[in-house]
Design a protein around this ligand. Structure first.
Ligand code: HEC
Ligand code: HEC
Length: 195
């Protein structure tokens, strides 16, 4: 009995040490100085990278042509700019009636990256200049930096993918607001391994 107890305690401590090591090994050590919540809350609570979309109107209207991007992936000024010109939306007409447009603009602005206390929203904001208002998430410096090791043949030249804009094609839990690099599977390629 005593041996078993020792074994269990031993495994527990080893597990805890391993978790600690993994958390410390996270890329965050290169990006200090940002609010992250306490050390323990990062291990035990699974707060997603960005707030997931709960608004059904938004999911219907802005998720019909592509993934319903979380508002926390761009600043409010970007969303305002985009919502002010839906007729010319990346060479498509995505016009809405005035009421729907106002509702969705409010939703996007209220939950935009500059109003969100989520890890990736904060990082995206920190990567932008004060007045930058990119219309693409994929053109923010933070996004570019996070994806610059993925070869073109796996994305643009990949017949099963074609573009970085399809977040959910690679990030298995994108819809839940989770973009962990352990949860990536590239279509036609497989699991991402950055070692
Ligand atoms: C009629 C189809 C259509 C609708 C509806 C639509 N979009 Fe788009 N959207 C597009 C296309 C096409 C692109 C460019 C995709 C690409 O380059 O692969 C795009 C791109 C985007 C991007 C940039 C993605 C990136 O590359 O970072 C954002 C953000 C976006 N849309 C938000 C919205 C929002 C918000 C709404 C709702 C108000 C919306 N879209 C509705 C067609 C649509
Ligand atoms: C080709 C598949 C692919 C697509 C499409 C893609 N990503 Fe990624 N993403 C990755 C990979 C792979 C990594 C990890 C890169 C690394 O570790 O070097 C990553 C990393 C990230 C990270 C950082 C996660 C971490 O743990 O550091 C975020 C945030 C992210 N992606 C968001 C997005 C968003 C938002 C979109 C859509 C606009 C998107 N990604 C589209 C493959 C993709």
């Amino acid at each position: 009995m005593k041996h078993i107890k020792t074994l269990i305690t031993g495994t527990g401590i080893a597990g805890l040490l391993l978790t600690t090591a993994l958390v410390i090994a996270d890329d965050d050590k290169y990006e200090k100085g940002e609010h992250e919540g306490s050390f323990l809350s990062r291990i035990f609570s699974k707060k997603p990278d960005v707030a997931p979309v709960k608004n059904t109107l938004y999911k219907e209207e802005c998720g019909s042509c592509h993934f319903a991007y979380q508002p926390g992936l761009l600043p409010a000024r970007s969303w305002k700019k985009m919502m002010g010109d839906l007729e010319n939306h990346f060479e498509e007409n995505a016009e809405l009636d005035k009421e729907t447009q106002n509702k969705l603009t409010n939703y996007l602005v209220d939950n935009a990256a500059d109003h969100a206390n989520y890890k990736r929203s904060i990082r995206i904001m920190n990567s932008l200049g004060k007045n930058d208002a990119p219309l693409r998430i994929t053109e923010t410096p933070y996004f570019i930096r996070k994806h610059d090791e993925i070869p073109k043949r796996m994305v643009k030249d990949n017949p099963k993918l074609g573009s970085f804009s399809k977040c959910a094609a690679c990030h298995m839990n994108a819809e839940k607001g989770s973009y962990d690099d352990d949860e990536v599977r590239i279509p036609g390629v497989g699991k991402w391994d950055d070692d």
